[in-house]
Design a protein around this ligand. Structure first.
Ligand SMILES: *[C@@H]1O[C@H](CO)[C@@H](O)[C@H](O)[C@H]1NC(C)=O
Ligand SMILES: *[C@@H]1O[C@H](CO)[C@@H](O)[C@H](O)[C@H]1NC(C)=O
Length: 847
């Protein structure tokens, strides 16, 4: 304890020169993350609340941390104060109508030390899979003599004396030639990561290891768990981060092996060993973000095929901030391991970190180039690289002065290799932006010679597979391309309107399709030249989420399986404002018809309704001078799903359960009628709806009619569908007259009640209009308290307004898929070795 205090003290001068990272004591205080209107004094707001302003929240503009003197269980100072103000305004108390400091609070979030889900390290033991034991005994292969000699010569030439270098097959594979990352040619050119910095965001970094020490970058390191500047592994199972770090930056010396970028600097930010708050995690994602180039993250929500989790709004904002302002504005590079849940039907599009457009998602292949049982598929996967499987794993550094480890694996081990390759690319060309890195990854990836759903993406001339992304990373090819790479123009985007479907999903193979036509003009107005990432945010109700799957078809015919069936996902929920992402449409123009097909292939008692969706196209700007900064993620993609501009949004839904007259396959959405998107399904089902077949008309006849009529016209007071009650016309007039009177009375009553309610609501709005801060309104320049709190903008015109200042689409859950619904899967169900530490590490599974 004393030692730690002392070491913290010694590191203080270093800290003061950069940003001062607060040490928060969650046992002694309550903390709040608040987002204030720009220009507002945080001290004025905090003192009004009786809280202390602790200063800025990491790198986020206008975000602060407020501290309460004492922690109060289940009490929220800010929400309570705002509710109180609201109440006083509602009661029209004197003075309450005046502008108030609390009106400047755009977002307030009490910081809790539990997360909505545990972050799980993605090592090889994560999936107890009966199909494949996590660590199979290592096989031995007959060595290929020349290759072995080549490895020895290589080491000599590069002066690599590290004892396990020859075992590091992922760097040079002399048993399965060609199955390595193809890096040695770069080392021969002295491209070894000089000047690049990688941060391992994980469970610590053993900077006392002789393999790490020479490259350790202390100023980029921090421990958010046992707060202080040293990310030292402290728990017995805090080994994951050091192993990942060794893959990137183990020094060329006489200890263990070497990293991909063995002359790069390596930092560690420790977040996985205890629970941390959202504010801490947000800070971690921007830690020393001018000095750090690449953040390597081998963790995420559980890979059990049940979780559907996205980063909190603060973390999502930190990542946007990172790509926008990090690395001198060229953008922090976030590398994420894709997840190990393939054996449990998990898919990385159900993980909001890996399916973020701001992260590079890396999957695994094994030393024979095969797909390992654990590595997940998804349309957001960019690339794969080597990891465990086929009887071997990654050989790297371990915790301890000169300890090595030979069983590092899972997608956890794949991510850092790509982070290392990026460190080499940045040495070769430090100007690359975060998007250039993604382009280079797509264009230099080498197709994996394995059967899969490889489909040619003609726009980039590369095949894409949901299992392997664009293929495996080839360090040499990537860095070679990086040297002469012409930087891409800034990012631009087009956000489509919400398209209402509101239609039951037929069970079976066919699904329910909805279309949206993107015109040339829309993209021209959006300044968007060609696509990179495509996201679809959607709402689907379903009584068993795992039954659903979703396809996205682009105008070129390329199909992304953005959501897949998950057998373990029993959740009685569909998709709630969830954002799926695809990189399969990279390079396409985006112009033309986009189709989303929602399927419920399990024919059972579980059913659902496809509510609505919206597409977002991100890519390269046409005119760099007109590019605008990225939108800041908002807490909700949108609150008003109800308003859709029907003239411009020409989405059509198809109920494929109904056979069409044309005889074309009913699953083909093209046959079907255009349906306006205002949700009035019944009125628009005309052309393609078959005329009632004999069966249906029989049903009509059989439908209960109190008293069948003998003679049609003469005895009926009203037309056919109205029953005659077997009475005379005169009696019918009486009956219907009385009914009409009753109905009129009821209608009047209802109308009066409705009017009163509305009036009440409008009065509340007009006078007070203050809405809760958690429903954030960040439309710049629309003051919350000027009479109409959350003044909802209409969606009309939105199509051509995607770039308008303060456009309501400036959401980022669009981007990060906020709006998840799994409120925390159980923690500690892992079979990790650190059982005894479970109490200390609630919620972090050891894998
Ligand atoms: C690997 O690197 C070499 C140069 O060292 C290069 O010629 C080759 O194209 C690269 N890729 C493959 C797949 O061999
Ligand atoms: C390799 O590059 C580094 C940094 O650019 C330089 O300091 C070093 O002398 C170079 N080594 C050789 C052998 O050229």
């Amino acid at each position: 304890m004393k030692m730690r205090w002392l070491s913290s003290l010694l590191a203080l001068p270093a800290l003061l020169t950069t940003t001062c990272y607060a040490r928060r004591d969650y046992d002694a205080h309550d903390y709040y993350a608040v987002h204030l209107r720009p220009g507002v004094s945080p001290d004025a707001v905090s003192s009004h609340l009786g809280l202390d302003n602790e200063g800025p929240l990491g790198q986020l503009d206008d975000h602060y941390i407020f501290r309460a003197h004492e922690p109060v269980f289940e009490y929220d100072h800010i929400t309570t104060a705002i509710s109180d103000l609201k109440r006083r305004r509602r009661k029209r108390e004197a003075g309450a109508e005046l502008p108030h400091v609390l009106d400047d609070v755009l977002l307030a979030q009490k910081q809790e030390l539990h997360k909505r889900f545990p972050l799980v390290k993605r090592g090889p033991l994560a999936i107890p899979s009966p199909r494949a034991p996590a660590l199979a005994p290592r096989q031995s292969y007959p060595p290929i003599e020349e290759a072995v000699q080549e490895g020895i010569d290589l080491a000599k030439k590069l002066d690599i004396q590290d004892p396990i270098f020859q075992e590091q097959w992922h760097l040079f594979n002399h048993l399965q030639p060609g199955h390595d990352i193809n890096v040695t040619g770069l080392w021969a050119q002295n491209i070894t990561g000089h000047g690049s910095t990688v941060c391992i965001v994980d469970d610590g970094l053993d900077f006392d290891s002789n393999d790490i020490k020479p490259n350790y970058f202390a100023a980029g390191s921090w421990d958010y768990n046992d707060v202080g500047p040293d990310p030292k592994p402290r728990l017995i199972d805090d080994r994951h981060g050091t192993r990942c770090a060794g893959e990137v930056s183990a020094a060329r010396n006489d200890v263990c092996g070497v990293g991909v970028a063995y002359d790069s600097r390596i930092a560690g930010v420790r977040i996985l060993s205890k629970l941390i708050s959202n504010a801490d995690e947000a800070e971690a994602m921007n830690y020393a973000f001018q000095e750090t180039d690449i953040y390597s993250c081998s963790w995420g929500p559980p890979d059990n095929g049940e979780a559907m989790e996205a980063p909190d709004i603060l973390i999502a904002r930190a990542m946007v901030k990172g790509v926008e302002k990090g690395r001198g504005g060229r953008g922090s590079i976030y590398v994420f391991a894709i997840g190990n849940g393939a054996a449990a039907d998990d898919n990385c599009n159900f993980d909001g970190y890996t399916n973020s457009i701001y992260s590079v998602s890396v999957g695994g292949i094994d030393r024979k180039g095969l797909h390992p049982y654990y590595s997940e598929k998804c349309s957001a996967q960019l690339v794969v690289t080597y990891s465990s499987g086929s009887g071997d794993a990654i050989h790297t550094t371990d915790v301890g002065q000169d300890k090595c480890y030979s069983n590092h694996g899972g997608t956890s081990a794949a991510g850092p290799l790509v982070a290392g390759i990026y460190a080499l690319a940045l040495q070769a060309n430090p100007k690359l932006t975060w998007r250039d890195i993604q382009y280079l990854t797509v264009l230099s990836a080498v197709k994996v010679d394995q059967p899969s759903d490889w489909t040619m993406n003609k726009a980039v001339g590369k095949e894409f597979s949901h299992q392997f992304g664009y293929g495996k990373a080839d360090a040499y090819a990537l860095v070679d391309m990086a040297k002469h790479w012409k930087l891409v123009k800034p990012q631009a985007w087009y956000f489509g309107p919400w398209l209402h479907v509101r239609h039951a999903i037929p069970q079976g193979e066919k699904g329910l399709a909805s279309h949206f036509e993107v015109t040339k003009q829309m993209l021209k107005d959006a300044n968007l030249e060609r696509l990179e990432h495509v996201t679809v945010t959607m709402n689907v109700e379903h009584t068993r989420r795992g039954d659903l799957s979703v396809e996205l078809k682009s105008p070129s015919g390329m199909v992304s399986h953005i959501a897949t069936h998950r057998r373990n996902d029993e959740k009685r929920a569909g998709y709630v404002d969830w954002t799926f992402m695809s990189v399969a449409h990279w390079g396409e123009s985006g112009v033309g018809k986009w189709t989303v097909v929602v399927k419920d292939t399990n024919v059972n008692e579980h059913k659902g309704v496809f509510t609505d969706w919206r597409i977002k196209l991100y890519g390269e700007a046409r005119d760099a001078s007109k590019a605008s900064p990225l939108p800041l993620p908002k807490a909700h993609d949108d609150d008003d799903h109800d308003v859709v501009h029907t003239e411009t949004a020409s989405a059509h839904t198809t109920s494929v359960a109904v056979p069409t007259e044309t005889g074309k396959p009913p699953g083909n959405p093209d046959d079907h009628q255009h349906r306006p998107v205002n949700g009035k399904i019944s009125t628009t089902k005309t052309t393609a709806q078959p005329t009632p077949t004999p069966t249906t008309s029989q049903d009509d006849v059989a439908s209960p009619s109190p008293s069948p009529t003998e003679t049609e016209s003469s005895s009926n007071f009203l037309p056919r569908p109205f029953p005659t009650f077997g009475a005379s016309k005169r009696t019918q007039i009486w009956i219907y007259g009385a009914l009409a009177l009753i109905l009129a009375f009821l209608a009047a009553l209802g109308g009066w009640w409705y009017w009163m309610r509305r009036k009440k609501r409008w009065m509340e709005r007009d006078d007070y209009g203050f809405e809760m801060v958690d429903r954030e309104d960040e439309d710049e320049g629309v003051p919350l308290a000027n009479g109409f709190g959350k003044q909802r903008k209409r969606r009309a015109g939105e199509l051509y307004d995607a770039f308008a200042e303060g456009s309501e689409d400036e959401d980022g859950n669009g981007v990060f898929g906020v709006g998840s619904d799994d409120e925390g899967s159980e923690s500690g169900d892992g079979d990790e070795g650190g059982e005894m530490y479970r109490d200390e590490k609630p919620g972090r599974e050891r894998i």
